[in-house]
Write a new protein. Structure first.
Length: 670
């Protein structure tokens, strides 16, 4: 039976899960469609998804249409769950990109489109929600052409819009689904669309183009064949209108998925990182990629794999060529919603599940040990949002480590680390929604935590050179302690330490001890007790005692000299910054810039492509703690952002006193 593995991807709210239910219903896979609002949708089957009413994981759904086996990978719409989105797209051979007939192209649309572009994935576009008020198919077409790369061509036209949406018209054949009379106005629109689609098709085929230019006739069958070749090759992206809610256009979408989207075998050889290839056939050497990992409380660890070549059978020895080591899968499963069906083999083109193999991770390549190959890993962005997490009780603290290991193993876009300066445990993810779900999952694992805004790791520095002496002298019977040094400190990038002592005023063996003392004093600055950075230290002179001098004495002298010099070096506060990149519909540019201004941002660039604007800025970390939620509120969740570490910058004078007072209160409370 022919096989199609299709990723459903879109911006949140475009109706992917509702469409997947409609596809299952019209294909006969189910007898009644579930509803996201009721928690009965097949792909949103976890407790968290039912509670929140949106997709958190990629649902795997199976159906059959016209003798073709179709596996749908229903990916989440929220950008916070990017590892599920990327994994679902990478595991598929083709994609159906959903766009709202009301909202048009949004940041999430652009994001999944760019991912499909990156991996050369053929795709078609379904304009969903055609039955809603303000639905406008032709406005969305213009938006698609302006915003997305590649030739976008309407393969179907709507018969009516909004409450009057009652059918779709096949542009190539003129057929109407469901069958009904075509009004004269729609016939004229169809004629224009046929001419435009013919132009788009012949542009993908040199032979047809030459014949077209010569005025030679081209049959409908030839256009059909060229259309299919172009869609399979990803050189033409057909568009059709649909309503997942009413079911209008769903049959046409199913037909186009079967005839227009390529099969697993038609994908062609798959390449490894070293240039090796594997044919996507059941008799080739086995290879697969782990594209998703989940932890089921009853089954344990589940590794979702896409079999690229060969056939895997129970008991076969396979090699993890990414991590190293061989393993044996005792049981093989086909996933369908929340259900797992045990099978006797997973041939090329399958989406399967391996269980109870703890050493598998998302992105790992599995292969026949006799014919190893390594596929490129799943590329995932760095976290964009961080919270400090605090166990509620001692028991929660004891269980936190193992629970976090499970979470970060399942979701590699979650990072956990302890800040060496503040001592806080920091959980980082793609946004506030992502981290909120993560804390709910910790609670489900029996670990209750509170999440707070992380303390900002401020630093201190100096703005002027200064010199000072540090003399450590103690006499308490027997040998005393004596160390004496003069230091010069100067502002400068990074830290350096050198000795300019001449004439043996300080023996060379004590210079390292002075440096240790300086390093000790750098950990607590004079303003607010934050670590010091960006200063250069020079030992100028000093004195010693033949009997009482020691490493310990000169270490104390070095620390004292630095503290004395800092009093005259105009110390100041530094704050960490972040490089921020925001992508949003152009209509929100003014609101975003206004918000960034309140966050003390330095805007570095504004670039508009089509209907999407990208803003880059340098923003103090202290101003970004609520940015994920604020951005969602400002744009109605139509924006995405990323952050990377930026340099430390001076704190404005009007904020310095407030930060110092808060720090002193914090230190007083222990």
């Amino acid at each position: 039976m022919p096989v199609r593995i299709v990723s459903l991807a879109a911006h949140s709210g475009a109706g992917k899960t509702t469409l997947s239910e409609a596809l299952l219903l019209r294909s006969g896979a189910i007898s009644r469609a579930g509803r996201v609002e009721d928690g009965t949708a097949r792909s949103d089957h976890t407790d968290i998804e039912k509670a929140h009413g949106f997709s958190v994981t990629t649902g795997v759904l199976r159906l059959t249409h016209c003798g073709t086996d179709i596996t749908l990978l229903d990916t989440p719409g929220y950008a916070d769950f990017v590892r599920e989105i990327r994994g679902g797209i990478r595991a598929a051979d083709t994609a159906v990109i959903l766009v709202s007939a009301v909202s048009g192209v949004e940041v999430g649309t652009e994001r999944v489109w760019a991912t499909a572009d990156r991996f050369g994935m053929p795709r078609l576009i379904a304009v969903n929600q055609m039955d809603r008020d303000r639905a406008d198919y032709h406005a969305v077409l213009a938006d698609l052409r302006a915003s997305l790369s590649g030739p976008v061509a309407p393969a179907f036209l709507p018969l009516g819009e909004g409450a009057d949406f009652r059918g779709v018209i096949n542009v190539l054949t003129g057929e109407v689904s469901p069958p009904q009379d075509l009004p004269p106005s729609d016939r004229a629109a169809l004629a224009g669309a046929q001419a435009a689609l013919t132009d788009a098709i012949v542009e993908t085929d040199d032979d047809l183009m030459n014949r077209f230019l010569d005025g030679s006739p081209i049959s409908t069958d030839e256009l059909h064949a060229a259309f299919t070749r172009a869609v399979h090759a990803g050189t033409l992206y057909p568009v059709l209108p649909v309503s997942a809610h009413s079911g209008v256009g769903v049959d046409a979408l199913l037909d186009l998925m079967v005839t227009g989207l390529r099969s697993a075998r038609e994908r062609g050889p798959v390449s490894g990182v070293d240039g090796q290839t594997r044919d996507p056939t059941p008799d080739a050497p086995f290879s697969a990629r782990v594209w998703r990992v989940s932890l089921d409380p009853f089954v344990g660890k589940q590794a979702f794999i896409r079999v690229w070549s060969g056939t895997l059978r129970p008991g076969d020895t396979i090699r993890n060529t990414t991590q190293g080591g061989d393993l044996r899968a005792a049981h093989l499963y086909l996933p369908n919603g929340r259900d797992l069906t045990e099978v006797t083999e997973l041939p090329a083109g399958s989406i399967g599940v391996l269980t109870k193999l703890p050493d598998l991770h998302a992105g790992d390549t599995l292969a026949d040990p006799a014919d190893p190959i390594v596929y490129d890993p799943l590329w995932l962005p760095e976290p964009a949002h961080t919270v400090a997490i605090h166990p509620v009780s001692r028991a929660d603290e004891d269980r936190l480590g193992p629970a976090l290991t499970r979470l970060t193993d399942e979701d590699p876009t979650l990072h956990y680390a302890r800040d060496p300066q503040t001592g806080e445990g920091l959980l980082s993810g793609m946004g506030d929604l992502h981290l909120g779900i993560a804390t709910e999952r910790l609670a489900a694992l029996g670990v209750n935590v509170t999440a707070t805004t992380p303390r900002v790791p401020y630093r201190e520095t100096i703005h002027a050179p200064a010199q000072a002496q540090g003399k450590h002298k103690k006499q308490s019977g027997g040998h005393g302690q004596y160390g004496d040094c003069h230091l010069r400190i100067e502002p400068g990038e990074g830290f350096s330490f050198r000795s300019a002592v001449v004439g043996g005023a300080i023996p060379g063996k004590y210079i390292p001890s002075i440096e240790k003392g300086v390093q000790d004093a750098l950990q607590r600055g004079p303003l607010a007790g934050y670590p010091l950075q960006d200063l250069h230290v020079t030992v100028l002179d000093g004195s010693y005692h033949d009997v009482d001098s020691s490493d310990l004495a000169f270490r104390a002298a070095g620390a004292l000299a630095l503290k004395n010099a800092l009093e005259h070096a105009r110390p100041g506060l530094l704050e960490p910054t972040r490089h921020l990149k925001v992508r949003a519909p152009a209509r929100f540019t003014g609101d975003l810039l206004g918000d960034l201004q309140t966050r003390r941002a330095r805007v570095q660039g504004i670039d508009t492509t089509g209907t999407v604007t990208t803003i880059t800025a340098l923003v103090p970390q202290a101003e970004l703690h609520d940015y994920s939620a604020a951005l969602r509120s400002l744009t109605g969740d139509r924006a995405a952002f990323s952050v990377t570490a930026g340099p430390y910058q001076p704190v404005p004078d009007h904020l310095t006193r407030k930060i110092i007072d808060a720090r002193q209160e914090e230190l007083a409370q222990g």
